[in-house]
Design a protein around this ligand. Structure first.
Ligand code: SIN
Length: 175
């Protein structure tokens, strides 16, 4: 039974670094999707993959009619938000969205989304420009290129197709 919020447990959906670096306690981890949203490297990172004077580019979710983002759902104790809110503090807000599991079950879960009104938002750009930006950025958590490459690798391991991420990966590797 996936709906366990009564036990102070909450589902959190990860679609970026939360997929490949889950450095927090969780009780379950399963593939899941959110419908009507897509992953984009449109958010600035001043604290992980860039610095305030030279922010990197990391993913956020953008609403897309008919879109879908595949990622990972974690079942966590509510206390974990103290850590996650700090980790995702650079412009992300918690949204409650429906998470869909592979067996068709749907539960409400928390998703960290950085919308266009946050101070660190960078927005869309040509893929070549985004790839060049990622290539030239790094911050306290490591290089921006590693963020993209780890994410692409994790998505591939899950058999997830993401044209935006894989196109950026190809541009980065070709350079
Ligand atoms: C996420 O992974 O769900 C949020 C974005 C990030 O931390 O990379």
């Amino acid at each position: 039974m996936r709906n366990r919020q009564q036990d102070n447990l909450v589902w959190v959906f990860g679609y970026g670094s939360l997929i490949y670096r889950p450095d927090f306690a969780y009780l379950e981890r399963c593939p899941a999707s959110v419908l009507g949203w897509e992953r984009r490297f449109w958010q600035g990172s001043h604290d992980h993959r860039g610095v305030p004077d030279s922010p990197g580019r990391v993913v956020t979710l953008v609403p897309v009619k008919g879109g879908r983002c595949d990622g990972v759902a974690y079942l966590v104790d509510h206390d974990v938000f103290e850590y996650l809110d700090h980790r995702e503090k650079n412009g992300y807000s918690r949204l409650n969205l429906e998470l869909q599991f592979g067996d068709g079950q749907v539960v409400e879960g928390v998703v960290y989304v950085a919308d266009e009104n946050n101070f660190a938002y960078l927005g869309p750009a040509e893929l070549e420009e985004i790839a060049g930006h990622i290539k030239g950025s790094s911050g306290p958590s490591g290089s921006n290129a590693d963020y993209l490459l780890h994410l692409a690798e994790a998505l591939r391991e899950m058999n997830v197709q993401d044209r935006h991420v894989f196109a950026l990966e190809a541009l980065l590797r070709a350079d």
